[in-house]
Design a protein around this ligand. Structure first.
Ligand code: SAH
Length: 225
């Protein structure tokens, strides 16, 4: 598929995302995406983050398998979660669950620095490779257990967790800046989870708001895979 074709497909995907945003507005409290999120989705070549045989499906508004039982999230969910983080150009963001690297690339177009933790070394390697080829110098990927966050670079302006946890890992709450925002699917494996927006007040107090029912792969406990 030639590059211009991919660009057209990407525009079509964006229109579908925008329709989903409008349809879910009563639940999410926002019917439109911020201009910087739109610009990021418009500019990241999702087809470069999916396995070679799946490029022609790359701009369908649905999750796709990326191997090892993992998925690249649905574009609407990527856009919604990015928007909920309310990211700014000076922000330092932590992502848990690098997967394909697509979400990290979207964030990297908006913020100053992205740190991303992935438990599967093979996925971390592929994601690093994709990000490097696209010239992203402001994303670092580390292999590790996301429950622990990435203490070295904390605190973060925003944290995005792209796998579901039954409870919010305490280390992640600790590593969030006062005034910071976290988006995380909370719930059990094989069940509908609650996409939650967590905000930390200037006084360190934690607030939680439910945004939407979602279905994510689980955040695995270290040692279990
Ligand atoms: N953000 C990704 C999609 C993530 S799918 C993208 O844009 O493509 C969820 C990812 O979380 C998978 O790659 C999975 O291996 C990873 N994961 C699961 N448990 C984890 C853990 N404890 N720590 C870090 N990553 C984890």
């Amino acid at each position: 598929m030639p590059g211009t074709e991919f660009e057209r497909e990407r525009q079509r995907m964006l229109r579908e995302i925008e329709a989903d945003m409008r349809n879910c507005a009563s639940a999410t409290g926002r019917g439109t995406l911020s201009p910087r999120v739109i610009a990021a989705i418009e500019s990241v070549p999702r087809h470069r983050f999916v396995p070679p045989g799946m490029q022609s499906s790359a701009y369908e508004n649905r999750p796709l398998a990326i191997g090892l039982g993992q998925t690249i999230s649905q574009p609407f969910i990527v856009a919604l979660m990015t928007d909920m983080l309310d990211p700014g150009p000076e922000d330092v963001v932590l992502e848990i669950g690098t997967g394909s690297g697509y979400q990290a690339a979207v964030l990297a177009r908006i913020v100053r620095q992205v740190y991303s933790v992935e438990t599967l070394p093979e996925l971390a390697r592929t994601a690093r490779d994709h990000l490097k080829r696209l010239g992203h110098r402001n994303v670092e990927v580390r292999v590790g257990d996301g429950h622990q966050g990435w203490a070295e670079h904390a605190p973060y302006d925003a944290i995005i967790v792209t796998a579901a946890a039954p409870e919010i890992p305490p280390a992640l709450l600790d590593q969030l800046k006062p005034g910071g925002r976290m988006v995380i699917p909370v719930g059990l494996r094989h069940a509908t989870q609650d996409l939650a927006l967590i905000t930390k007040g200037a006084d360190g107090e934690i607030h939680r708001r439910s945004i939407l029912p979602v279905a994510f792969v689980p955040l695995v406990e270290s040692g279990s895979g």
